[in-house]
Design a protein around this ligand. Structure first.
Ligand code: AMP
Length: 449
């Protein structure tokens, strides 16, 4: 998960980076940080907490310069200490360097062991620190060559932005698993960000997505952005970005996230049309099920109602690490609209079932509020495999679809019926014109380089 941003060539670089991070807060709420560069020096400010808490006016005035990189952290690798917040900063032979990373390196343990065996000292649990060491140990004269060689030893899903004292290097892995887009800021300079929703807030125009396997270089010496194709592309963007993770107003690799979610809902409705039941109302689990429920309602002509109200002052249910806290948080977060629900047959839509905590609690809540029937629909296939490419899914044992069949889950969550999208349905809903990373659904761990 996580969000990254780079701003290049704008005198308000750090401020714009903080705005971009603010609009990508959904990608990580644990910690946030920005490094700026000014007159040959890198300034870094990072802390646990939300963007609006960490980047006060005082913090931003410290971050001088016309280039900045930033990060929102959602812990997938490493721990949750402040040491694991990004950017990761270091001094080495060629000067100062700072790195932000979104994704997950699957060979990080082997690389780290090798580095430690050769005398490296690590300060954090993050795979990002490997890259710093690989760059520092390399003997090439130019940073770009050091980065290139470091990446030949790096296997996994990644988007990196490396900032030196005067340049920024932007890299997306050869599979393009995690999203990364390039835009032009109207007040000057460029932005690179995990999601295009960041462009609106800094008033930037979308130029294009960073290509899989591509390195972009921003340098003071030239107005042109340099592009080097480091690796042969084997494009496999992550399907879960469309299912859950990205903000609906983002466009990822040319596909509007909101529309893909509506398509997922429409497909669920078309699948249900073959059956002989019809619910009275369609209800989304807010907020993640809303676009799919709208799609379902418009396809099935069943009225859409906000039958569950969300309290927006509670964070995401996943954020709390223990099961007990997650249970309480679901209760604090969602309440039923009794007057809408009583005596009705409900078609309830959420984007995914992971452990089954949320869906079980929701069905009970709706039945307690007087629902006659609750038919649960999931706008994604069954999640049977953990993701090692940067989405925070739990261990395989915790995944309810790993342990139970669809019918067993239906009984467990006490729904009157339960349906998912098939993997084919999901691909067609996003767009059948390309291959996706679907490992959470099909166990195809295709990343080998
Ligand atoms: P669970 O209660 O474990 O079945 O989780 C399902 C809920 O968590 C759904 O409402 C999803 O919107 C949400 N969700 C799915 N994947 C993730 C994730 N990786 N991080 C946070 N929330 C998620």
């Amino acid at each position: 998960m996580c969000a990254i941003v780079g701003i290049y060539g704008n005198e308000n670089a750090a401020r714009l980076a903080s705005l971009a991070l603010f609009s990508m807060q959904h990608r990580g709420q644990e910690a946030t940080g920005i490094s700026s560069s000014c007159n040959g020096k890198i300034y870094t400010k990072k802390d646990r907490g939300l963007v609006s808490e960490v980047f006060t006016d005082e913090a931003l005035s410290y971050l001088k310069g016309n280039m900045a990189i930033g990060h929102n952290r959602y812990s997938t690798a490493g721990g949750d200490s402040i040491l694991d917040a990004q950017p990761v900063f270091a001094k080495y032979k060629l000067g100062e360097i700072s790195i932000v990373h979104n994704g997950n390196l699957i060979n990080k343990n082997e690389v780290r062991k090798d580095l430690i065996d050769n005398g490296a000292i690590f300060q954090t649990g993050m795979d990002t620190e490997n890259l710093i060491h690989l760059i520092a140990k390399n003997t090439k004269d130019r940073l770009r060559d050091r980065i290139k060689e470091a990446l030949t030893k790096t296997i996994g899903a990644y988007c990196f932005i490396v900032q030196s004292r005067s340049k920024q290097f932007v890299i997306r892995d050869r599979y393009g698993i995690r999203p990364l887009s390039l835009g032009k800021i109207k007040s000057g300079g460029y932005i690179v960000a995990s999601e295009t929703c960041a462009f609106d807030l800094v008033d930037a125009e979308f130029i294009r997505d960073v290509n899989p396997g591509e390195m972009l270089i921003f340098s003071e010496k030239t107005d042109e952005i340099e592009s080097i194709q480091l690796f042969e592309p084997e494009f496999r963007p992550c399907a879960f970005e469309y299912v859950y993770f990205a903000r609906p107003d983002s466009v990822i690799d040319g596909k509007n996230v909101y529309q893909t979610r509506q398509n997922m809902g429409r497909t669920l409705a078309r699948n249900d049309a073959k059956k002989d039941f019809k619910a009275d109302i369609v209800i989304p689990v807010p907020d993640s099920g809303v676009p799919a429920a709208l799609g379902y309602a418009s396809e099935s002509k069943i009225p859409f109602e906000l039958g569950i109200i969300r309290n927006h002052y509670v964070g995401r249910t996943f954020i709390e690490p223990t099961q007990e806290m997650r249970n309480i948080k679901v209760k604090m977060k969602l309440s039923p609209m009794k007057s809408l629900i009583e005596g009705k047959s409900l078609l309830v839509i959420d984007d995914s079932i992971v452990r089954g905590t949320t869906s079980k609690r929701i069905v009970k809540m709706l039945k307690d509020a007087g629902a006659k029937e609750v038919h649960f629909r999931v706008a994604s296939p069954e999640i049977k495999f953990p993701c090692y490419y940067g989405i925070d899914t739990p261990t395989q044992e915790e995944l309810i679809s790993h342990r139970m069949t669809k019918d067993e889950i239906c009984e467990y969550i006490q729904a009157d019926s339960l349906e998912y999208l098939s993997i084919e349905d999901l691909k067609n809903s996003i767009g059948s014109d390309r291959n996706y990373a679907l490992e959470s659904f099909d166990g195809d761990y295709f990343v080998t380089k």
